[in-house]
Design a protein around this ligand. Structure first.
Ligand code: OXD
Ligand code: MN
Length: 582
């Protein structure tokens, strides 16, 4: 059976269950998009923004109970519970068939079912993969057109092959009671019902590119990661590529689009953006690890984004952007907390009313084409991807973790990723210092047993040998005794990237400590930065007592994985304990 026959058969099967009024095959063209948008403006799904200031931009206000990913309703439906592991919600395939599948019965009555072919990754790349999403939400189609290479590019890539990821999505009745996001890693299939929110409904993103692609990478020998990809250009014009993983809402998009501080910019330092959220990494013909960004757009958090924190993102969202749940000014321009001009009293909040704070929903978003970002890398569409020299893991730690340190080797680097954590702050929960582990920032996105996932990481390093990237850990969020951030962050993070680059090139001064190589006091270039006396020492300090405490937390966390914890991870913990005891 050819790919198209297989596709046609599946579309018919789904249509006979969901019973849409009509089926529309999407080609991704301008014309099709214009018609879709016109329809949505007419029925109120989209509001037109100020077309002279924000041409091609629209606002969507979601249902008020459908504003974020719903992790407790997200399931891995693998053969056994153990295959999903202790960090995922598991549902058996049989249960999914009896509990979730019936919800699709007649779910699309009176609606159009769109057939959305999409390509994850550049056209012509051996590393790109095709997905097909069947959805009854035109808003999803319009977002998928920005976030992926949609339509013809995908069908061309698929050709006669039948290997596409099947994704079925219906808004259902939008009730959280009947909302499920189910992943079938063995069948490479996704069922999502009851939500129109990006992470639940744009199936190419978290569902395919992470939860399904992860097990594919395990089986095929590559990595699907929750990482930004950036190119750091030095004053000689040489560009070095790095990937970085941070938990959601830790500034990944800002780091991917960083603008260097004055003294560095004038010397020729630049950051080029390849991706802000997901990285697929494969070994290339020369034995180096190459990354592609499977996505074609940014689905970024709006609040806090401004000309101060991320001018590149602000430029990217000036046209052809879909805003979701932001506030608007009187003349229908998007606005949110932290954005220039926000103090205007006359804004309308994300629900369409006068604004009691917050005006924009804290998880309000922009969906913008990556090509509109001034810092987009010229390698963005390179089918081979970019060669990765450094992998960076980052947590949000008020204490314990220094500003930056380098792992001793790959296995130790995997340990740093596996033990990544954030501490809650008073503002977030009322409880200070509660440690939440988020290995490789993949806690909500790893589609199989996390212990097996670490095992896969270890294998990938063995395969790379000397050519594998160097692994680092950063922490922009260390606080002083008065709970004030010690490090200014944002553009100044370039100074840390520069030390990482130095280390990759065999330069950069460091001291060996029990936790890894930490920069010497003068290792980080602080020229032009006004840091208080002793602040750099505090940023780089290792508190043995706190680290001993940390090893107890890690031991407890590792205990959850039982037999599935790779021996090398247990070994790393034992070695760390020994080094701390010396
Ligand atoms: C995202 C997330 O939306 O990580 O990218 O939550
Ligand atoms: Mn993310």
């Amino acid at each position: 059976m050819s790919a198209n026959e297989k596709l046609a058969k599946w579309v018919n099967e789904v249509a006979s269950v969901t019973q849409p009024e009509r089926v529309a095959w999407c080609d991704g063209s301008e014309d099709e998009n214009r018609r879709l948008i016109e329809g949505m403006v007419k029925d109120g799904t989209l509001l037109e923004m100020n077309q002279s200031k924000y041409p091609g931009c629209y606002l969507h206000r979601s249902h008020t109970t459908d504003v974020a990913r719903t992790e407790h309703l997200t399931f891995i439906c693998s053969k056994t519970k153990d295959d999903a592991g202790p960090t995922n919600n598991w549902m058996s395939t049989d249960e999914a068939k009896t509990r979730v599948w019936p919800l699709f019965q007649g779910a699309m009555k009176g609606r159009t079912m769109f057939v959305v072919p999409y390509l994850m990754g550049p056209a012509g790349s051996p590393y790109s993969k095709v997905g097909i999403e069947l959805t009854d939400s035109p808003y999803v189609v319009a977002n998928m057109r920005i976030m992926t290479r949609m339509g013809k590019a995908a069908l061309d890539h698929l050709g006669a092959r039948g290997d596409f990821c099947k994704g079925l999505h219906s808004l259902g009745d939008l009730s959280p009671e009947r909302r499920f996001i189910c992943h079938f890693p063995e069948a490479r299939e996704i069922w999502s019902i009851g939500s129109g929110y990006g992470g639940n409904a744009l199936l190419g993103k978290k569902c395919f590119a992470l939860r399904i692609a992860g097990p594919m990478g395990r089986d095929e020998g590559w990595l699907a990661e929750h990482m930004l990809i950036l190119g750091l250009e030095d004053p000689q014009g040489q560009v070095t590529y790095m990937c970085a993983a941070f938990p959601s809402a830790c500034g990944k998009t800002n780091l991917a689009m960083l603008i260097p501080p004055e003294g560095f910019k004038s010397k020729g330092w630049k950051v080029w953006t390849v991706g802000d959220d997901i990285s697929w990494m494969h070994y290339g013909p020369d034995g180096r690890l190459y990354a592609i960004n499977p996505e074609a757009g940014f689905f970024g958090v709006a609040p806090g984004t401004s000309d101060q924190t991320n001018p590149n993102a602000m430029a990217a969202v000036k046209k052809n952007t879909i805003f979701t749940n932001v506030a608007v000014t009187e003349d229908m321009c998007p606005i949110w907390e932290g954005m220039e001009g926000f103090s205007l009293p006359k804004v309308t909040d994300w629900t369409g009313k006068a604004w009691p704070p917050p005006a924009a929903h804290p998880n309000s978003r922009f969906t913008a084409p990556a090509k509109q970002c001034p810092s987009v890398s010229k390698e963005f569409d390179n089918p081979q991807g970019v060669p990765i020299s450094a992998i960076i893991f980052g947590g949000r730690r008020a204490k314990v973790a220094p500003l930056v340190y380098q792992s001793m080797n790959w296995a130790h680097g995997v340990f740093l990723g596996a033990t990544m954590a954030s501490e809650t702050t008073a503002a977030a929960t009322g409880q200070v210092g509660v440690v939440r582990r988020d290995p490789m920032a993949m806690l909500p996105f790893c589609g199989y047993n996390m212990g097996d996932y670490w095992g896969h990481w270890l294998k990938m390093g063995e395969r790379g040998g000397d050519k594998a990237p160097k692994i680092f850990h950063v922490n922009w969020f260390r606080r002083d005794v008065n709970n004030k951030f010690l490090w200014p962050g944002f553009g100044e993070n370039l100074r840390v990237l520069k030390w990482i680059l130095d280390r990759v090139q065999g330069k950069g001064s460091a001291v060996e400590t029990p936790i890894g190589s930490v920069p010497t006091g003068d290792g980080i270039d602080t020229a032009g930065l006004k840091l208080g006396a002793g602040v750099m020492d505090q940023l780089l300090a290792i508190d043995r007592q706190a680290w001993k405490e940390e090893t107890r937390g890690i031991q407890e966390f590792f205990g959850k994985f039982g037999e599935r914890l790779p021996a090398a991870m247990r070994e790393q913990l034992e070695q760390l304990k020994k080094r701390l005891a010396k």
